[in-house]
Design a protein around this ligand. Structure first.
Ligand code: ADP
Ligand code: MG
Length: 377
């Protein structure tokens, strides 16, 4: 990828620039916790967006996307927004830096990536944080702090791409560190690194390639349930609730809302359990909590689907250490913690069984927890 980017940049712009990269991400555990003020536990992965960049002394950005094979050229004022969706991510990052008082001058860029698009690994956050990091280095003496870089990516999604996302993806992409996961407290935005160097295990994503479009906005309904239970408990978010509190108000809320809250309160504890277990190298407990999260998402929070439940069942039957839906639900990937010696048979079985039932094979991505945004030498 690096050599190709260098060649395309040289052919197009007749010079050489600096290489930057940022990564996609996984989330080991902590799902639907962000809007409840809870914890998430992401890490950056060895799938990246890489860009070669150089200031061009004009007030224009000229950028070529190798993967989409398209060129875009745009100015840096609000009315200069490009038409191509992929270029809007870059334009948005430039605008968000400028809005915060930072400097962006004209530059040339060529970029490519291997983060699968729309698979739940957050290729968009990788793209935003690659450019945010690079523009901070090129034009701002790295004065913009890392949290601000993540927020620049998040605001880009909100203001230029119509995606009302939380901060986790950009946070993971900017702060990611090789062999470490990060527990992010979504209430205080405090974070802590935990070593995650898999010895004897692999982390593998199995992408069902299904995405169920649902008519009645289940995401908003789940949020409303959580808010309703929090209000009844007299707390700001479910982060502040314990299972015993919930039992006391059980007869004042619907069974559905009760189940939603049991999942969220349980998930808060499961993230903490996993952090504890990782420090002891106890991967069986990590895996157990992953399965429990899946079960909760399926039966209590009801955001799974048949295909993902099937993948989870296959993992269990194969003796996989841990497996669960990754992401909001209703489709996408499962994340699996698999012993090295089970890996081949699990993948073969998952492909064969899933194909026999649904008529297509799931797509498999091996991931290694790696560095996030950086300069590439
Ligand atoms: P994801 O879940 O992967 O973040 P999104 O729909 O949020 O999916 O973002 C995908 C979008 O990001 C693509 O449609 C494209 O505009 C942009 N993008 C991601 N990776 C690349 C790439 N390698 N080259 C060009 N654009 C990319
Ligand atoms: Mg995205």
């Amino acid at each position: 990828m690096k050599e190709n980017i260098r060649k395309v940049f040289a052919d197009r712009f007749g010079t050489a620039g600096t290489l930057y990269a940022s990564a996609g991400r996984i989330n080991l555990i902590g799902e639907h916790t962000d809007y409840n003020g809870g914890f998430v536990f992401p890490g950056a992965i060895d799938k990246v967006i890489m860009a070669e960049m150089k200031a061009n002394g004009t007030d224009k950005v000229r950028v070529f996307s190798i993967d989409i094979n398209e060129y875009a050229e745009f100015g840096l004022n609000e009315e200069d927004a490009p038409k191509q969706q992929w270029a809007r991510y870059i334009f948005g990052v430039c605008r968000e830096i400028i809005k915060r008082g930072g400097v962006v001058n004209g530059f040339d860029a060529v970029f490519a990536g291997n983060v699968p698009l729309g698979a739940g690994l957050s290729s968009s956050a990788a793209l935003e944080s690659c450019f945010a990091f690079a523009l901070n280095d090129m034009f701002n003496d790295n004065k913009i702090d890392k949290f601000e870089l993540a927020k620049i990516g998040q605001s880009t999604e909100h203001n230029y791409c119509g995606v009302n996302c939380g901060i986790m993806d950009q946070f993971a992409s900017v702060f990611g560190k090789k062999d470490h996961l990060m527990r992010l407290d979504c209430r205080s935005l405090e974070y802590e690194y935990f070593p995650f160097k898999l010895d004897g295990y692999k982390l593998v994503l199995v992408d069902s390639k299904v995405k169920h479009e649902l008519v009645d906005s289940p995401y908003n309904k789940r949020r409303a349930s959580c808010e309703n239970v929090a209000r009844t408990l007299g707390v700001e978010t479910l982060r502040d609730a314990e299972m015993a509190d919930l039992e006391k108000i059980k007869d004042r809320i619907s069974e559905e809302d009760y189940n939603r809250a049991v999942y969220v309160i349980g998930e808060k504890q499961r993230v903490l359990d996993v952090c504890d277990a990782l420090q002891k190298g106890d991967y069986d407990t990590v895996g157990d909590r992953m399965y429990k999260t899946h079960e909760g998402m399926s039966k209590l929070y009801e955001v799974s689907c048949e295909e993902l439940d099937y993948l989870n069942d296959i993992a269990k039957e194969c003796g996989v250490t841990g497996s669960r839906i990754m992401g909001g639900g209703f489709g996408g990937c499962t994340i699996n913690l698999v012993k090295d010696d089970l890996y081949d048979s699990f993948i073969a079985t998952a492909k064969e069984k899933f194909n026999a039932r649904y008529g297509h094979e799931p797509v498999v991505y091996d991931v290694i927890v790696s560095d996030g945004a950086r300069r590439v030498e």
